[in-house]
Design a protein around this ligand. Structure first.
Ligand code: GLN
Length: 490
């Protein structure tokens, strides 16, 4: 074994177990960082292969790993001491570029760390790489990256999902136990489902957005991928909490989510929203969800049929609100302050040349869409109307959670991972977000976990909870994961 057994430990252990191996002195952070980067090479994670990672710096990883080893005195190691972590390319890091999967920010290095990154580092995590993503997080397949599409490690002819596809794939490929992604409309849960890993989107405000490059500020949240529910719980509790640098971050106390592993589901009411189980839902996906409901019942939960009547308007609302906010947020990429600059005829010509060649087709489409729905004469018909319907979608959730329902359980996605190039029509791609973008519009937390396989590909199921009730959501996810893992569903 190379790296003193670190390779096997990396693939076989949870983040918490890796941290304990380090704290006991059975492994060093440097060996683990090397094992992670070597694994990335072994699974062909770089551009010529799966294309799931964009930037690395082994010598920086070594330095950071050695700092963890020396600065954390024995007995006082952080919760993620020496654990290798991958970060999505739209989350600011001082050590590696933050290019958002875009040409307009090619090579850009942030002068500061995102708060989520700082908290990971403070806990002893070692960031080994930045991951590929749809440009500015706009997409559901990671095919919109300016650096080429990422591929699903479980079947490289298929997409890993998106927009955080590279982070999901890095966890699925065994490169890291934990990765950061971001969600605006499902970009952590959907790739988690496609890659067979766990993905959590916290309540809006639970995690600081400081240093997360803004796409649609009223929807954006940093999210966490884990190989298991425990990895995701540990990752989230490390980065959660109030941050003076983000005025939308919340002062709500952060529970110890890992303690939810001991929670019982007796008396927990789990809603089955009928809009998430339409007649044309893939029958095998439905079967997997039905099996999960049976298991939840056997664990003591009560399953209740509920309705979220405005669900079928969510895609239309999302694809008005998100582009509207994006058209404003992306105005800052003007060739003056950040990244790419291409000179043209005067200032206006420079703007045009820079933005036309810096942004890819999907980002350009969103900026045009967003500018249109915000323009005089259309604002009331589209943007204001969308905001009104967004409130109705949020009210659907509030009504259900106020009626004694603790959690909802639904499929994460309408299908399993699709083939590269299968959704060339943007509208087709947008429709695949139907079960995920609702939680973002309402601001509620949700977690996707693998609930079985269909034709060899993972199927994800998601628990949705009420605002700031991540603990309840984790308790159910831990319990379901445990019975699924024990083979009770076979
Ligand atoms: N697929 C959605 C979009 O393209 C969601 C993306 C995200 O959550 N970042 O906008």
């Amino acid at each position: 074994m190379t790296h003193g057994g670190a390779d096997r430990a990396l693939v076989d252990s949870s983040a918490a177990e890796l941290r304990d191996l380090i704290a006991r002195g059975d492994l060093t952070p440097r060996k683990l960082a090397d094992a992670s980067l070597d694994r990335a090479v072994a699974v062909d994670a770089w551009g010529h292969g799966l294309n799931i990672l964009l930037h690395e710096d082994r010598s920086d990883a070594h330095r950071r790993a050695d700092d963890v080893a020396t600065q954390h005195e024995p007995g006082r190691f952080g919760a993620l001491a020496g654990v290798p972590v991958v970060v999505k390319d739209n989350i600011a890091t001082t050590t590696l570029p933050t290019s958002c999967g875009s040409r307009i920010l090619e090579g850009y290095v942030s002068p500061f760390d995102a708060t989520a990154v700082r908290k990971l580092r403070d806990a002893g995590a070692v960031i080994v790489a930045k991951s590929n993503m749809d440009e500015f997080a706009m997409g559901s397949s990671t095919e919109n990256s300016a650096y080429g599409p990422a591929k699903n490690p479980l079947d490289p002819s298929r997409v890993p999902g998106g927009s955080s596809g590279g982070s999901a794939a890095a966890v699925a490929a065994g490169i890291v136990p934990i990765a950061l992604g971001s969600e605006t409309g499902g970009s952590v849960r959907q790739p988690a489902a496609f890659c067979g890993v766990v993905g959590v989107k916290p309540t809006y405000g639970r995690v600081s957005r400081y240093g997360l490059v803004a796409f649609a500020s009223s929807l954006d949240q940093v999210g966490v991928f884990g190989r298991s529910v425990d990895d995701a719980a540990l990752g989230l509790q490390t980065i959660a909490g109030l941050d003076p640098l983000d005025s939308t971050s919340a002062a709500e106390p952060v529970a110890n989510y890992r303690e939810a592993a001991r929670g019982s589901l007796t008396g927990v009411v789990i809603g089955r929203p009928k809009e998430y189980f339409p007649d044309d839902l893939d029958s095998k996906t439905r079967d997997k969800c039905d099996a999960a409901f049976d298991l939840l019942t056997s664990l003591g939960a009560e399953i209740r049929d509920v309705s979220l009547p405005h669900t079928d308007l969510a895609i239309q609302v999302y694809y008005i609100v998100a582009p509207a906010e994006a058209s404003s947020n992306l105005a800052r990429f003007d060739g003056v302050r950040y990244g790419l600059r291409i000179d043209g005829d005067g200032l206006r010509g420079m703007y045009e040349a820079t933005r036309s060649s810096g942004f890819g087709p999907e980002v350009t489409r969103r900026i045009l869409l967003g500018t249109y729905v915000l323009s005089a004469g259309y604002y009331d018909a589209y943007y204001r109307k969308a905001q009104e319907v967004r409130a109705l979608i949020a009210r659907d959730f509030a009504r259900v959670f106020n009626s004694g329902v603790h959690l909802l359980f639904t499929p994460t996605t309408p299908s399993t991972a699709f083939e590269l190039g299968a959704k060339a029509d943007p509208y087709e791609m947008y429709l695949s977000d139907i079960f995920t973008c609702t939680a973002n519009l309402a601001g509620v937390p949700a977690i996707s976990l693998p609930i079985g396989r269909v034709d060899g590909l993972p199927v994800g199921g998601q628990f949705i909870a009420s605002h700031f009730d991540e603990r309840q959501m984790f308790a159910a996810a831990y319990a379901l994961e445990r019975v699924l893992g024990s083979g009770a569903h076979a």
